[in-house]
Write a protein that binds this ligand. Structure first.
Ligand code: FAD
Length: 531
């Protein structure tokens, strides 16, 4: 008899398989495959050519992975003792030193981690999804939108220092705004050029959207939650009262710190994904494919175009070395590249020296109890504040397990700059002090921390490239062409800055350009467009 396994039976069994479940389910056709973004380059005459790749982040690793499929010889020079670059998940034993802070080593418990760099994959980043599939990296849903998380305005207005659930503010604002609009439409104060019949339909829509009553007024409703939850018998539940619009405004909850970006921004809309076990599982999977051509601890100091190739000088524990190649793909972040010696043209040098990178920081806080889940029913998502923390991220993995790591702050620009100036101990103190205003459980449950200021990481010197629309037309353009025998790749050479997809897209685009040059092929990139 055939050994048949039912879908339900398989799902039940696979729950015990953990990380292996996703590829196994793909193999059994129980999950639809991630959309494949074809990269169909035929092996060509480039065989035997040597490409030197600077940087073993996602762009560098992917360039080598794809070039080697085509028969090229590659060498990746990576300064850190690990690959992945910004794609880094901090677990127990992870270590780093910053430009103004000494070495710190994470002491997190086994099985716990936080993503110091990327933590979210948008469902429409086809290439990121594709590589996860091709490399067998299991994914799980990342809960980016959580109506149960908080808005917390420190020291401002009537709602000052009160933690307010996101669902209260979202529904109050939807209610008040739709009430105002409904009033204006009813009184024909809005020039909608609608027929009476269509106007009535718009009013009905506003009523539904805002949760308005029959008189088109916003009153308390179940949308914003309960003081007493509904239950058995006669326990009907007791509704919460809306906040006054004036209180919401004067407490700063309509300020940019609290914009409802997660639902509106294309890249942050659900469904979002993460790699099971940490986002750097993607980098590690790539590393396994190219390990024999990857030199870790190799810090590039000089890049020289030569008439017939490139010369790269790097240092490692053994000393200083010179490496020649036919071509070079340079994926180093621009602020790092700016400090290296090179013989690039003035246009390229200007771009390297002037593109600013964002200042950004995160701290992982390990707690001995998941109080945010047990006490406050917060499972994933983000709390927003107007203080230095900016955001607290709750983990989207291992729900209801005993311990957990929160991202205690995720801040940007001036706030990240100020916090980045602190010692590790001071950052921890700040995260705990400010965090306990929101979660008073902090002091009792806290165990340890690890913080990363990306603009202080020697081989990053920033979070991601920032371009103005004008710079996209000027200095950016210089990075899109090869500088004689040196090509530039990395998130900063794309319109997907701040995303892993930028690293992947740039790698493919550069590999296509290199292969076109060294073989007789004419590949147009991108080969497939998104729907
Ligand atoms: C805080 C933060 C949050 C993010 N969130 C997300 C997210 O949620 N989702 C998402 O998709 N993306 C996110 N990103 C963006 C994503 O991490 C990057 O776009 C991507 O990892 C960049 O890859 P890369 O290869 O271009 O650059 P890098 O990863 O920076 O690779 C460059 C490599 O060069 C090496 N290097 C530097 N100097 C030298 C030298 N002198 N010699 C040799 N090697 C050197 C570096 O060590 C590094 O490994 C985030 C990034 C940050 C910082």
């Amino acid at each position: 008899m055939k050994n048949v396994i039912s879908r339900r039976g398989f799902l039940a069994k696979s729950a015990t398989l953990g990380a292996g479940a996703y590829p196994a389910m793909l193999a059994l056709n129980l999950l639809p495959a991630a959309p494949v973004h074809a990269f169909d380059l035929r092996p060509g005459s480039g065989q035997g050519k040597h490409v030197v790749i600077l940087g073993g982040g996602l762009a560098g690793l992917t360039s080598a992975y794809e070039l080697r499929k085509l028969g090229y010889r590659c060498t990746i020079l990576e300064a850190r003792e690990r690959s992945g670059g910004r794609c880094w998940s901090v677990r127990g034993g992870a270590t780093t030193a910053e430009t103004t802070n000494l070495r710190q080593t994470a002491g997190f418990d086994k099985g716990l981690y936080f993503n110091a760099g990327p933590s979210r994959i948008p469902h429409h980043h086809l290439l990121t999804m594709h590589y996860c599939k091709e490399l067998g990296v299991p994914l799980e849903v990342y809960n980016n939108v959580n109506e149960g998380s908080y808005y917390f305005a420190e020291g401002k207005g009537p709602l000052s220092n009160k933690k307010v659930r996101a669902r209260e503010i979202h529904n109050d604002m939807r209610g008040y705004m739709n009430e105002l609009l409904a009033k204006a439409v009813s009184q024909q104060q809005v020039d909608t050029a609608l027929t009476a019949e269509d106007g009535a339909k718009v009013l009905e829509y506003l009523r539904a959207e805002g949760g308005l009553d029959i008189d088109k007024l916003y009153k308390a409703s179940a949308r914003r939650g309960y003081v007493e939850a509904p239950g058995a018998g006669n326990q009907a539940g007791k509704l919460t009262n809306p906040h006054r619009l004036a209180d919401i405004v004067s407490s700063g909850l309509l300020d940019p710190d609290f914009y409802n970006v997660a639902e509106y921004t294309y890249e942050l809309q659900m469904t979002m994904f993460q790699a099971v076990g940490g986002m750097d599982r993607i980098a590690q999977a790539l590393e396994r494919r190219v390990a024999d051509c990857l030199k870790l601890g190799a810090q590039v100091t000089t890049i020289q175009n030569q008439p017939d190739g490139v010369k790269v000088i790097y240092t490692d524990q053994q000393g200083t070395h010179e490496l020649g190649g036919d071509l070079c793909i340079c994926t180093l972040p621009l602020p790092v590249l700016s400090n290296l010696s090179h013989n690039f043209s003035s246009d390229v040098s200007r771009a390297i020296d002037y593109v600013p990178y964002i200042q950004v920081g995160k701290i992982g806080l390990q707690f001995k109890r998941r109080f945010w889940e047990e006490d406050e029913q917060i499972y994933g998502g983000i709390t927003h504040t107007n203080n230095e923390l900016t955001q607290i991220f709750y983990p989207s993995y291992d729900y209801l397990s005993p311990k957990g790591i929160l991202i205690g702050y995720y801040n940007f620009n001036e706030k990240a700059q100020r916090v980045g100036e602190l010692t590790y101990a001071q950052r921890e103190q700040l995260a705990l002090q400010k965090g306990q205003l929101i979660h008073p459980q902090y002091p009792k449950e806290f165990e340890q921390s690890f913080s990363v200021s990306w603009h202080k990481q020697p081989y990053s010197l920033g979070g991601w490239a920032l371009y103005s629309p004008e710079e996209r037309q000027t200095i950016y353009q210089a990075l899109l062409k090869p500088e004689h025998n040196v090509y530039f790749a990395g998130e900063h050479t794309t319109y997907l800055t701040a995303w892993m997809a930028g690293a992947f897209e740039s790698a493919r685009s550069t590999v296509a350009a290199v292969h076109n040059r060294l073989s007789a092929q004419r590949v147009v990139y991108p080969t497939v467009k998104n729907n």
